[in-house]
Design a protein around this ligand. Structure first.
Ligand code: C5P
Length: 225
């Protein structure tokens, strides 16, 4: 039996190009209070109205567009995302201190001014499909801490090192697979339970759930592995 609190730490990546399937996944899984990630696939196809459709129903949406640009462009984009209002969104830490600080200041300003919940700003370290070293990752994480971001995206392999050095940063971990799942393009993979034991606050799971027919059963299987 999977506890309700485990479901609340699950972020389901809606990497689907069918709005009908997206609606179905959200309808079924929101009963368990999971969170949902809308990334470049669904966002490019269905646009911000897809995000707004769910946020209006108080469903937590993580807008994963991995912003990486000059400070002004990142800040202006972050403003629009904050107004959706997203529960969380991603920026690339490699964008650098000036851009990250501009994003943080803007998002805080919007949340205060509009009296809305401030979205979590999550810094992307290295993609879990890459073979980066822990040292590379920790260097980027220290920039997230310095610029006052809320958390980072990192593989379970780095989660415990991050949690011990940067106590107030949340760690969000993709690359979750059970032994039976296809690895796909992910390099640094782990099971859900191993990710939580390593200190992940949330896990992001796409294909192991959304490629299955029964989304709820698949989510339970992922969480128990
Ligand atoms: O299907 P799968 O479980 O591999 O999906 C993982 C999701 O997490 C994808 O939407 C991918 O874009 C995202 N992600 C990732 N690695 C990162 C950041 C985000 O896999 N570092």
């Amino acid at each position: 039996m999977i506890s309700e609190s485990s479901f609340e730490k699950l972020i389901v990546a809606l990497d689907l190009d069918s709005e009908k399937e997206i609606e179905k996944a959200v309808k079924i899984l929101s009963s368990k209070n999971v969170k949902f990630k809308i990334g470049s696939i669904a966002f490019t196809k269905f646009g911000p109205q897809l995000v707004r459709k769910f946020t209006k129903k108080n469903i937590d949406i993580f807008v994963d567009l991995k912003l990486y640009d000059i400070p002004n462009t990142m800040k202006e984009t972050a403003k629009i995302i904050a107004e959706m209002p997203a529960w969380a969104f991603t920026v690339h830490l490699k964008a650098g201190e000036a851009a990250l600080t501009a994003v943080r200041d803007e998002v805080e300003k919007i949340a205060r001014g509009k009296n809305i919940r401030k979205p979590l700003i999550l810094g992307v370290t290295e993609l879990t499909s890459s073979k980066a070293s822990e040292e590379d990752v920790l260097k980027l994480v220290s920039l997230a801490s310095k610029t006052g971001l809320d958390g980072v995206i990192a593989s379970a392999k780095e989660a415990s090192a991050i949690k011990s050095k940067f106590k107030n940063l949340k760690v969000v971990t993709p690359g979750i697979r059970s032994v039976l799942d296809e690895k796909g393009d992910q390099q640094r993979i782990t099971t859900a339970q191993a990710a939580f034991s390593a200190g992940a606050d949330y896990i992001v799971v796409g294909r192991p759930i959304i490629s299955k027919k029964d989304y709820l059963k698949a989510a339970e299987e992922v969480l128990s592995a």
